[in-house]
Write a protein that binds this ligand. Structure first.
Ligand code: PLP
Length: 371
């Protein structure tokens, strides 16, 4: 009766383990660089837009909205972020987590799926639950922590750039290689671009659709979560080009399963586009990322992303290094092994913190001898 695929979820669930380790410490002395959540309150102009929209609902009836999202938001996104995507191809949702977790419904049951190792957990876990055959693509120092196209066919490929957890973003050439792969094998690329707002490098595209041919083979996921502090509000969007057969399927799926995202939240998302206060928050996270990264040796990422991927010293395991940093510096990180086998030997530091805390952490980290 039950879906026994759930029993195949073998991932070590790291957060309860971390909580247990914290129990014996004075939490107020710990600097949390593990967290992947925002560190600043919502920008005032976004708050205002949400309040005004809610007041509007007290004056006139605004009931169910369109399941694909309001056109005012889809049009604004298309105009601001894309040159070759139509508003109808943009589907508003309550989060990338929801959409990347559900997209497998569009693919036939015995699809072969490629997922990077390490990776944000939802791609692998939802495909295990669906019973799909998953190939892991190791991302190591040798591959620049970027997944490389394999020599065999995978129907579906999940890519995340800028990457969580490694903090490394894929450049034009690396993404062009994946588009060539998808065209060769008839695959579909699913690009999680949650951290698009953090991209600063000239050789990293802001969207996959900057690359010729991407409209034929790529679906892109973006979110207001990290761009504008919406983790607690929930608003994101998925771009499904009409060139792909998945446009009709996703539209149908959303119509069947979703009654849309609330009107005030979509008004807040609209207000966040071009919001200078929100942009300043992203700049601040990036400044902390560079502050932390530049103070470390053997640290990667942190340029187009708020995450730093730090190689453990002296061959320590991810958990051993986690314990050492917590005990000696009172700094909390996330063990890289929690994101997959190839994450072993690394920890993830997050720059979702304030300047004060980042300076404090850097100071503490500088005092331990790692050699
Ligand atoms: N994708 C990646 C790579 C993430 O790091 C996160 C959040 O940490 C998400 C998706 C979740 O995004 P959302 O808040 O839009 O569900």
């Amino acid at each position: 009766m039950i879906n026994s695929n759930f029993l195949d979820l073998k991932r070590e669930y790291i957060f309860p383990i971390i909580e247990k380790k914290l129990e014996i410490l004075d939490k107020s002395t710990v600097i949390n660089l593990g967290i992947g959540d925002i560190a600043f309150p919502l920008a005032p102009s976004i708050v205002q837009a949400i309040c005004e929209a809610t007041e509007e609902m007290g004056k006139r009836v605004i009931g169910y909205g369109p399941s694909e999202g309001y056109m005012f938001l889809r049009k604004a996104i298309a105009e601001r972020e894309y040159t070759n995507i139509a508003p109808e191809e943009i589907f508003i949702s309550d989060g990338i987590n929801t959409d990347t977790g559900n997209i497998h419904e569009l693919f036939k049951r015995d699809s072969t799926v490629a997922v990077a190792d390490p990776a944000y957990p939802v791609y692998l876990d939802t495909n295990i639950i669906a019973g799909n055959k998953v190939h892991l693509l190791p991302c190591t120092e040798d591959t620049r922590f970027v997944p490389r196209p394999p020599s065999y066919k995978c129907d579906v490929v999940y890519l995340c750039s800028p990457n969580n957890p490694t903090g490394v973003a894929m450049n034009y050439q690396e993404l062009e290689d994946w588009i060539a792969y998808a065209k060769k094998w008839g695959s579909i690329l699913l690009i999680d671009n949650a951290y698009a707002a953090f991209i600063r490098s000239k050789d990293v595209p802001k969207t996959i659709y900057e690359i010729p041919g991407a409209r034929d083979v790529a679906i892109e996921f973006k979110s207001f979560s990290k761009t504008a502090g919406f983790t607690g509000l929930r608003c994101a969007y998925t771009v499904v080009p009409k060139n792909t057969p998945f446009f009709t399927l996703w539209k149908k799926r959303q119509n069947i399963k979703s009654n849309g995202v609330s009107y005030p939240i979509q008004k807040g998302a609209l207000a966040s586009l071009g919001c200078l206060e929100a942009e300043a928050q992203v700049e601040s996270y990036l400044a902390q990322a560079s502050r932390i990264k530049n103070s470390l040796q053997n640290a990667f990422g942190g340029i187009d992303s708020p995450y730093i991927w730090w190689k453990t010293p002296q061959g320590l395991s991810s958990w051993e290094f986690f314990d050492l940093l917590l005990a000696k510096c009172g700094v909390l990180c996330i063990p890289g092994s929690g994101f997959g086998k190839s994450g072993e030997g690394f920890v993830r530091l997050s720059a979702f913190t304030t300047e004060d805390k980042a300076r404090f952490a850097v100071n503490r980290l500088s005092k331990i001898d790692l050699h």
